[in-house]
Design a protein around this ligand. Structure first.
Ligand code: SF4
Ligand code: SF4
Ligand code: FES
Length: 369
């Protein structure tokens, strides 16, 4: 088959960048990585990218296709080539680009090291030769254990784009891998450290990391589980934790988010007083409802019963995190013909998961490495 690719070339030494187009002959079963190999072997030996295992294990070949992170060795090209679309390949986001598709992974590994990615069994000696853990207890961290450290989630993280010090999805998912491990004895210390500034509560819940993780780790779910475990341990002094707690209290009591109380409940009364002028201007323009009398939802009893049900069933901590975002998203799309869209593959109109395609498949400077 004929495959056309546009690749953002970048020279770290001079800062020069250019979008180059390549057209190659490739076998039907070729992946994006195979195509890059063909380009490098037969057309342009100067192209730089990383690879090792070629089978979705080593995590080396993360890059962006049309602005969305992919593993090159997992991405088949046949459908894309048949559609006539010419994808734009660039280096991953949120990491410094060294050359072409190669990024500097140092910031990634620094975050991983910061969450202490090793089992801390304290002074507990293993009975006999080793700790034996029932499978059911290890199932809790099954997804997080699948991470291959490719960095695709970090590439797409909105919060990290705004705050490069944010621990980020990969490191926090790794953190939950140990928080959820029954052999680990450092749970509270870990949760305290992960709840600090730049930690759990700095995630904006955009779910891009779940969307782009090629191994189904669902890092955002891991972050939600860490938040729930922190709450269970009473580690809730961060503004983000107080914000989340107020949402629950407000929904339980009035079935409605009482926005005017959200700021003092989150930031504290003293800090909120400094924002009184701003709050009054919002009130005058009808941007927030008057605080009194509080608006109570018509079916508030339903909200209260729901709260009581969750409490009665004792789904506290990570066990209370419902990992249904993907099925729910699929259900929503079902109404718009999800099955047909899914059958068309990842690049048809309305397909799922849908990568970000800048300007109707046209490349832009923003898509540059
Ligand atoms: S959900 Fe959170 S961690 Fe995941 S990409 Fe969005 S901001 Fe980053
Ligand atoms: S969580 Fe997924 S996307 Fe992120 S580094 Fe691990 S395998 Fe890659
Ligand atoms: S080359 Fe190892 S994951 Fe792609």
């Amino acid at each position: 088959m004929k495959v056309a690719l546009k690749i953002w070339r970048y020279d770290g030494a001079t800062g020069e960048k250019a979008l180059r187009e390549y057209e190659i002959e490739a076998p039907e079963e070729a992946t994006l990585l195979d195509c890059l190999d063909i380009i490098k072997d037969r057309h342009d030996g100067t192209l730089a990218y990383r690879k090792s295992c070629r089978m979705m294990i080593c995590g080396s070949c993360g890059m962006r296709m049309d602005g969305a992170a992919v593993l090159a060795c997992k991405t088949r090209m046949a459908e894309i080539a048949a559609s006539g679309h010419v994808p734009v390949i660039s280096a991953m986001g949120n990491l410094p680009v060294l050359k072409d598709l190669v990024v500097d992974m140092t910031p990634f590994w620094q975050k991983i090291r910061a969450v202490k990615p090793w089992l801390d069994t304290g002074y507990v000696e293993p009975p006999e030769k080793e700790f034996v853990v029932p499978q059911a207890e290890m199932d809790v961290i099954h997804k997080e254990s699948l991470c291959i450290m490719c960095g695709c989630c970090v590439s797409e993280c909105n919060s990290m784009e705004a705050d490069p010090d944010f621990l980020g999805p990969a490191a926090l998912a790794k953190g939950f891998r140990f928080v959820g491990d029954p052999r680990d004895r450092a749970t509270v210390e870990r949760l305290q450290a992960y709840s600090d500034e730049h930690g759990i509560w700095d995630c904006t819940r955009c779910y891009f990391c779940n969307e782009r993780c090629p191994k189904g780790v669902d890092p955002r779910d891991a972050i939600a589980k860490l938040g729930a475990e922190a709450m269970r341990e009473g580690i809730d002094s961060d503004m983000g934790a107080r914000h989340a707690k107020w949402f629950v209290t407000s929904a339980k009591t009035t079935g409605w988010l009482r926005e005017t109380e959200l700021v003092p409940k989150t930031q504290g009364v003293v800090r909120s007083l400094k924002e009184i002028g701003f709050a009054m201007s919002l009130l005058r323009r009808g941007k927030v409802p008057p605080p009194f009398p509080p608006h109570v939802a018509k079916d508030v009893d339903e909200a209260r019963q729901l709260y009581e049900l969750v409490e009665r069933e004792g789904h506290e901590g990570a066990r209370g995190i419902v990992q249904l975002e993907k099925p729910l998203a699929r259900l929503e799309r079902h109404e718009a013909g999800y099955e047909e869209a899914a059958a068309r593959g990842p690049y048809g109109p309305g397909s799922f998961p849908k990568p970000y395609l800048p300007g109707e498949n046209e490349s832009t400077e923003e898509g540059a490495a």
